[in-house]
Design a protein around this ligand. Sequence first.
Ligand SMILES: [Zn+2]
Length: 316
Amino acid sequence: MNYIGIDIGGTQVKIGIVDEHGAVGKSSAYDVAFDGYDTPIIDTVITKLSEFMQENRLDNNRIRGIGVSATGQIDTKEGKVAGAAGHIKNWEGCNIRECIKKVYPGPVTVMNDANCAALAEQWIGGVKDAQDAVVVTIGTGVGGGIIANAEILCGTAGGAGEIGHFTIHNNGKRCSCGNRGCYEQYASTTALVRMVNQAQKAGRLKSGLMNSCDINGYTIFEVAGRDSYLDEILDKWIGYVADGLASIIHIFSPKVVLIGGGVSAQQEKFIEPLRIKVLSRIMPTYAKTVVIEAATLGNAAGMIGAVYYCIKHGKA
Ligand SMILES: [Zn+2]
């Protein structure tokens, strides 16, 4: 008997078959932003879920449950979107569980995407053997999932782990959440790209290395080591990432901290210098035990973690 994992992001939804050991079988991805969200994301999800089940001959009796990983602030108890990342129309207030229940009457759970990434690492990835861990996803923003006493920390309604929005600079940069100086305004890949873009516009980078139109998380690391000013920016940015991690480690005392997102593939130029900076900033008792590594699961982590939560907490 299999489960279905659904990972709803701001640009696409992934739907896949996941077995009771966390292995992903057939999966497909579909665009959800094709008309600027005039078609609500959930309508696309329901249409594509029905198609996916038909194509793969999955009738309701052959599926044990559906686990959903979703972008935004998710009320896990209600299975709905409590708050949206500003630019997504028709998303806030959407009751994902109720909508899916109309086409599939079995157990359905809904959880925030960063928490699902942490759950996937707990099930079959890099925090399998840790009772306490933090999984930090660095990308457009900064997301987090906190595992405490072997359970994902949900908070009042599933909103815990929004580590992108604790303040590291009072009176700092304005954030999409309405506050100022949030961690993700300094430590996200978006922030790194913004810093490099500013240097490029000010003519401080060696000419010919990068055009302003192709500055992104990947090209910056490609050029790293060949431009001393760019290396300074990178060092400053890694410092910001380390600032936040030091606080997180002191608060939660995790055994393992995993770093996810595209930039986490940069072992030598990111993960290693980050580890050195963090270890130099935390108290010695923490530094002796904490392990800081790149996340082990890629694109399918959302679906896998969502299914794990459904296995543990889904009710018919
Ligand atoms: Zn914020």
